[in-house]
Design a protein around this ligand. Structure first.
Ligand SMILES: [Zn+2]
Length: 326
């Protein structure tokens, strides 16, 4: 069947987004004999690409995104020269025109349940000042959460922080597959491709995932200004927490307000842990970065903290199966 105009348009935009990294998997494959890490990276990328194939919608299904909808993600500074890769899984709060606003009103759409307030502005500033590539999702996590496994019940949440999401009830398998194939898959495929390209070029990137958290959850006033989430690899997380604690008047959470060990997150596992890349997930409290002045302030803090920490040589090695589990 000839692709519709909308499909062609989507395809063009995805091809354009992934173009700098095309051929990266084969380049990584060429290094297989030289480096076990590259072998693992190539195998892992092949697995991810196979999963993405599974996420393709059947040919008879209507497509979700139309020509008027934004591309599923943006890459800022893709040629950034530092060995640091930034991404924000919950940056955007767009909704595909076909889905309306999933039955939610403007009040809900302004809240943390729809997106990570302030994180895109902070990420853009940090990407510019550190000269690092940055991936930003465009669609609300309520459409599909790019930081959840596809089989996680909260991948397409029926409720979030006690707010029901009417437009996510009773979805057909085809409707779920459309969201997976058109929003989740292109974002993660492009992230994988850029990482593979960097590895093939002999650079081992450090992965930093940026999120923001709501100041109050279930009536609890969260005391942290910033938290570092991590699991088994302490290479970045521990020095990052130590350096953040040297900043005046900062309350730094160690696996707070969430834990890197609870198994919920997808992106750090897929793009860092599985490849043996040093990594950390940063959570910044939303009231601190909701306005531009706060984003400026926090970009400056994270700039100097990351600058101090990123020079450590251990961070730029591929390390599989190492680290500590307290
Ligand atoms: Zn988030």
């Amino acid at each position: 069947m000839e692709p519709s105009g909308a499909v062609k348009s989507r395809l063009r935009r995805f091809q354009a987004a992934s173009r700098p990294a095309r051929g990266a998997a084969s380049e990584a494959g060429a290094r297989i004999d030289n480096h076990g890490g590259f072998f693992y990276a190539a195998a892992r990328i092949a697995t991810i690409l196979a999963l993405m194939q599974d996420a393709q919608p059947p040919k008879t299904a209507a497509t979700l995104l139309g020509p008027e909808d934004p591309a599923p993600f943006a890459v800022v500074n893709p040629q950034g020269r530092t060995d640091l890769l930034l991404f924000c899984d919950h940056a955007g709060r767009a909704f595909p025109a076909r889905l309306g606003t999933l039955g939610l009103g403007p009040r809900e759409l302004d809240q943390h349940i729809a997106w990570d307030i302030g994180i895109a502005g902070l990420g853009r500033r940090l990407s510019a000042s550190l000269d690092a590539p940055l991936f930003l999702t465009a669609y609300s996590r309520l459409v599909i959460d790019c930081n959840r496994h596809l089989d996680d019940p909260t991948s397409i949440p029926q409720e979030s922080d006690r707010t029901p999401v009417p437009g996510n009830r009773g979805l057909t398998p085809d409707e779920r597959r459309c969201r997976q194939a058109e929003i989740f898959a292109p974002y993660h495929t492009a992230l994988s491709a850029l990482i593979a390209k960097r590895l093939a070029d002999g650079h081992v990137p450090v992965i930093v995932s940026l999120h923001s958290f709501t100041p109050v959850m279930n009536g609890f006033q969260r005391p942290w200004h910033v938290g570092v989430l991590w699991n088994r690899d302490p290479r970045l997380a521990v020095p990052l927490m130590q350096r953040l604690a040297e900043e005046p008047d900062l309350v730094v959470g160690d696996n707070e307000p969430y834990s890197g060990r609870d198994g919920h997150g997808y992106s750090i596992k897929a793009h860092a842990e599985a490849l043996g890349l040093a990594h950390g997930l940063l959570e910044i409290r939303q009231d601190l970065i909701a306005a531009e002045a706060g984003q400026e302030r926090w970009a400056a803090i994270l700039h100097r903290v990351l600058k101090d920490v990123l020079g450590r040589p251990l961070l730029h090695e591929i390390r599989k199966g190492e680290g500590v589990t307290p």
